[in-house]
Design a protein around this ligand. Structure first.
Ligand code: NAP
Length: 496
């Protein structure tokens, strides 16, 4: 950015080896927000080699855990210091509102603080083998060289869920943000250096995943690949990595049900339920892996509930995320808007009833950006593609149910299993339903929240790993059993 090199390899910032660059577009107005270096496969190979060398020299993994924890805390301090500039950069790159970007930076800060504390916790386990002369210990060690690949919807947030535990565990890494939204990851990598991350421990390349992918994944020099993105990419990476028996954790898409029971009508919870369903699906224009895009609502309240939702959706203020009056921004790119438009056509052709939206906004002030109106389709059923597939945009589909068993059945009728919401004033029913749902996160009478200390991940095609929480650190660790016999050795098996 600003003519400065954007690739960090072996502790040195460089331009791409072939001089290539990429324009990064602000989706709010189509302007070029920045021009960044576009790495080549050779650059990516250099980055992997640098991370390998840094891991194999053993200095970082041998750094006392208290020092690693202190470094993570310094990163958190710098994030707090640079919160506003990072938030603005994220907004210009992704289109999300500044208020959302500020929340993202606060969340990133909390993730570093959490892993700083967790890193410092003693994790060795002593095992009683029945012989006082034998000390049997199970210890955790860094897994090694990690390749960390992130998507474009929460660029800094998603990559921090990987970088923080990887650093805490003592790993070295190559970081690859999405080609669409690399700006905060570049700025953040500079901040990691300022915090004192040693040379070559964190390497950064950005550019097309299809081009850089083989250099990052089809190699025996990588010990762990942590990937967040779409199912097709996750499968492709897993296949390539299997050739090298490289461990892979994939965090993939979602098609998340939000189940609303009729009992909310009598409990005074109606407005809050409408609010949570709206926020759950239209925040960040629906470009959220855990967006509640499938409303599953009890038949007796469905007409009124959908009418209220539509009335509220039509009042959502769209605009440039930098404008404090904007409640939601554009889609991340023209390409993403074209996908949403195709899904809307699909919904119409499948016979879903368009209640609101289904078009670009008519406001001339938004004409240059990739905006799309919040869209609600009623009278949907699970045979429709808009109900089954992740649209990753501002589209809510509505299905209706008549009893609890049907609600659960519909909620579980997806090949994904990332997140779900349940809204009821009957606490016992709520507990029954959340336990019956096969999703990685389930919100009861709330939607969208998470904490650094609790695991995040999906069932089914939503992935096979877990981020955050203690499991999010364990992903970056190998387990070693050490059997130490302190007594003179007894005779072996063979006597001769
Ligand atoms: P994507 O197209 O799969 O890309 C994800 C990342 O993989 C990008 O950095 C991409 O680079 C890179 N990539 C592409 N092909 C690759 C290859 N062959 N080898 C290595 N890397 C490769 O996904 P996306 O469109 O960016 O993100 C949207 C998806 O992410 C949605 O499905 C969403 O649900 C999911 N997501 C899941 C979670 C979760 O926690 N489970 C969180 C956020 C998002 P380029 O950008 O250069 O193509």
């Amino acid at each position: 950015m600003n003519g400065e090199p954007d690739l960090l390899i072996g502790g040195k910032w460089r331009h791409a080896s072939d001089g290539g660059t990429r324009d990064i577009v602000n989706p709010a107005d189509g302007s070029v927000a920045a021009v960044v270096d576009e790495a080549t496969p050779d650059d990516a190979r250099d980055a992997v080699a640098s991370a390998r060398k840094a891991f194999d020299d053993g200095k970082w993994s041998a750094t006392p855990v208290a020092d690693r924890a202190a470094l993570l805390d310094r990163v958190a301090d710098l994030l707090a210091r640079d919160k506003e500039s990072l938030a603005e950069l994220e907004t210009r790159d992704t289109g999300k509102t500044l208020a959302e970007s500020r929340i993202d930076i606060d969340d990133v800060t909390s993730v570093f603080r959490y892993y700083s504390r967790l890193a410092a916790v003693e994790s060795d386990r002593i095992v009683d083998v029945g012989d006082p002369a034998v000390i049997s210990r199970v210890v955790r060690e860094p897994i090694g060289v990690c390749v960390l690949i992130a998507p474009w919807n929460y660029p800094l947030l998603q990559i921090s869920w990987k970088i923080a535990p990887a650093l805490a565990a003592g790993c070295t890494m190559v970081v690859k943000p999405s080609e669409v939204t690399p700006l905060t990851t570049i700025a953040f990598t500079r901040l990691l250096q300022e915090a004192g991350v040693p040379d070559s421990v964190v390497n950064l390349v950005q550019g097309s995943g299809a081009t850089l992918g083989p250099a990052l994944t089809d190699t025996p020099d990588v010990d762990f690949i942590s990937f967040t993105g779409g199912v097709a990419t996750g499968k492709a990476i897993s296949k390539v990595a299997a050739e090298h028996v490289t461990k892979v954790a994939v965090e993939l898409g979602g098609k998340n049900p939000h189940i609303v029971f009729a009992d909310i009508a009598d409990s005074g919870d109606w407005d809050a339920a409408v609010d949570h369903v709206l926020t759950g699906v239209f925040l960040h224009s629906g470009q959220v892996c855990s967006a509640g895009t499938r409303l599953i609502v009890e038949e007796s309240i469905a007409d009124d509930f959908v009418a209220d939702l539509a009335a509220r959706a039509e009042k959502i203020r769209m605009g440039d995320g930098m404008d404090p009056a904007s409640e939601t921004g554009p889609l991340v790119s023209e390409q993403q808007r074209a996908k949403i438009e195709a899904f809307v056509q699909q919904g119409l052709s499948e016979g879903a009833k368009l209640v609101t939206g289904g078009a670009r906004p008519s406001d001339a002030a938004l004409a240059k950006g990739s905006f799309y109106l919040p869209t609600i389709f009623d009278r949907c059923d699970r045979s429709m593609r808009i109900v089954a597939e992740e649209t990753f945009g501002p589209i809510l589909t509505v299905e209706r149910f008549t009893d609890e068993a049907e609600a659960i059945e519909l909620g579980n009728d997806t090949e994904y299993g990332l997140a779900a919401g349940v809204r009821t004033s009957d606490q016992a029913r709520g507990e029954r339903v959340v336990r019956a749902l096969r999703h990685g996160t389930v919100w009861l009478n709330d939607f969208g929240y998470y904490t650094a200390a609790a695991e995040w991940g999906g069932f089914g095609k939503s992935g096979n790993g877990r981020e955050l929480g203690p499991t999010g650190l364990a992903e970056y660790q190998e387990i070693k059993h050490i059997w130490h016999n302190t007594a003179p050795q007894p005779a072996g098996w063979f006597k001769g």
